[in-house]
Design a protein around this ligand. Structure first.
Ligand code: HEM
Length: 420
């Protein structure tokens, strides 16, 4: 189902987001960010089979192969081991690239994500530091856990609704369990196993489907600045950008059915798929992206938004399904950002919103808030600096019964929720 809201947002996009079209096509000479963005926005293999104009680095088997033998052989989690909603972190803990118990320091998260998946240091530092401060003890945190312990208890500040395969907290009563119908929707989008490739364009379509599904099935669907605008987009792009297998023939990477299933802990035939919680596995003969082509912050948000500007608007259902309304960035930021400015630079809007919002809402100590602010401004500074927000207007969010910062990993199912 495609709501009238989306149609309206798409029509509005021509006037409100002309810069997005520019971001998608434009390439001012000499801009590394623009170059990265341009290749990131090319459909893999190019439209209608035309090769992408800017090629990925030459495949380097020795440096891209990830060891899954010996000390890095798969070991299933035991009773005391934390495994949560992030398949990438679960897989690294299962292969001893992160501590097997699922609790790690910022340094360990950065080392593992950059070396195993080719994540850029900027993105890894932001993701790890943000989580350790908001959802851990300031230096370490769990990949599962509860409130102020780990990802599972971060519903609204980190973990979010309309995820690829994990259920919405208020729709299913869990934010960490995989919902097989959601996985199957993605899985079936590439019917032929011989040619299947869950590339970025497939993921964009799937992202749109999931967004609409949350609107039509989760009465408390809430799409907040950081967790929605930033993290939610990342979760979808990560599937192709980090899970794809690379080779000399396909240096940009191909994500086929078997590799997808392995990373999502799915076994069984197409008509009898089975999910085993926490058994995410790095496949044998798997080659990550080249670190010369590390996946960095400018890559990941604007591609989806160029086609779907609604992904850059904060909004929520208002206690019933199909009651989704957007909340203006201008209202939320007391005029510091217009809607168009927030959409032009969602990283700035969302992170500045977090800096202004979190001290009042999280109960974090002053020193942790300072660390968080330092980590965020480190990132935004590298992007050229951001317009600050002196005071947020969170009263606008009271229209959202699903607004939360520390929900999960489990909770009550909302009245009127539709499960499938
Ligand atoms: C320090 C690094 C990382 C942190 C802090 C992190 C955190 C998270 C969080 C909070 C979510 C939940 C998002 C949501 O609710 O939709 C998530 C989901 C996800 N993450 Fe990670 N992540 C990290 C690295 C990675 C890596 C390296 C991968 C590589 C495959 C990855 C792949 C994913 C995917 C695919 C999802 C969506 C799961 C689903 O719903 O199907 N993440 N991650």
């Amino acid at each position: 189902m495609k709501s009238t809201f989306v149609s309206a947002a798409l029509v509005a996009s021509t006037a409100a987001f002309p810069h997005l079209a520019v971001e998608k096509k434009g390439v001012p000479a000499g801009s590394a960010h623009k170059r990265v963005l341009e290749r990131a926005t090319q459909p893999q293999g190019g439209a209608a089979g035309v090769p992408a104009p800017l090629l990925p680095p030459v495949f380097d088997a020795a440096s891209q192969r990830i060891d899954v033998n010996g000390s890095h052989a798969f070991v299933a989690p035991g009773a005391g081991d934390a495994r949560g909603p992030c398949p990438g972190l679960n897989a690294m803990a299962n292969h001893n690239y992160l501590p097997h118990n699922g609790v790690a320091t910022i340094t360990e998260f950065i080392a593992a994500t950059t070396s195993v998946f080719g994540m850029g240091v900027d993105l890894a530092t932001f993701l790890a530091t943000y989580g350790a401060i908001l959802d851990g003890d300031g230096t370490s945190w769990s990949i599962a856990g509860g409130s102020h312990v780990g990802i599972g208890g971060s519903h609204g500040n980190y973990e979010t609704d309309s995820s690829p395969t994990r259920g919405d907290l208020d729709q299913y009563g869990s934010n960490s369990d995989l919902v097989l119908s959601q996985f199957k929707t993605l899985y079936d989008m590439q019917p032929d196993a011989a040619t299947a490739n869950y590339n970025i364009e497939v993921l964009r379509t799937f992202r749109e489907t999931r967004f609409q599904e949350s609107i039509s099935k989760n009465p408390y669907f809430s799409y907040q600045p950081v967790a929605g605008m930033l993290v939610s987009q990342a979760a979808f792009t990560f599937i192709y950008r980090f899970m794809a297998n690379h080779s000399a023939e396909a240096p940009e990477g191909i994500l086929n059915k078997d590799v997808l299933k392995s990373f999502f802990s799915i076994t069984g035939d197409d008509d009898n798929l089975k999910w085993t919680p926490g058994h995410e596995q790095i496949p044998y003969n798997w080659y990550r992206r080249n670190t010369l082509d590390a996946y960095t912050i400018p890559y990941y948000i604007l591609y989806f938004a160029a086609e779907n500007p609604e992904f850059l608007l904060v909004g929520c259902n208002q206690g019933e399904v199909n009651t989704y309304n957007t909340i203006s960035a201008s209202t939320l930021s007391n005029g510091a950002y217009t809607v168009a400015q927030a959409a032009a630079n969602p990283t700035c809007f969302a992170t500045e919103f977090a800096i202004a919002e979190l001290p009042g809402l999280t109960g974090l100590s002053g020193s942790l808030v300072n660390s968080l602010t330092g980590a965020i401004t480190g990132v935004t500074g590298a992007l050229g600096g951001c317009q600050g927000i002196s005071k947020v207007n969170t009263s606008a969010l009271t229209a959202c019964p699903g607004f939360a910062l520390y929900g999960g990993p489990t909770g009550p199912v909302a009245k009127g929720a539709v499960q499938s």
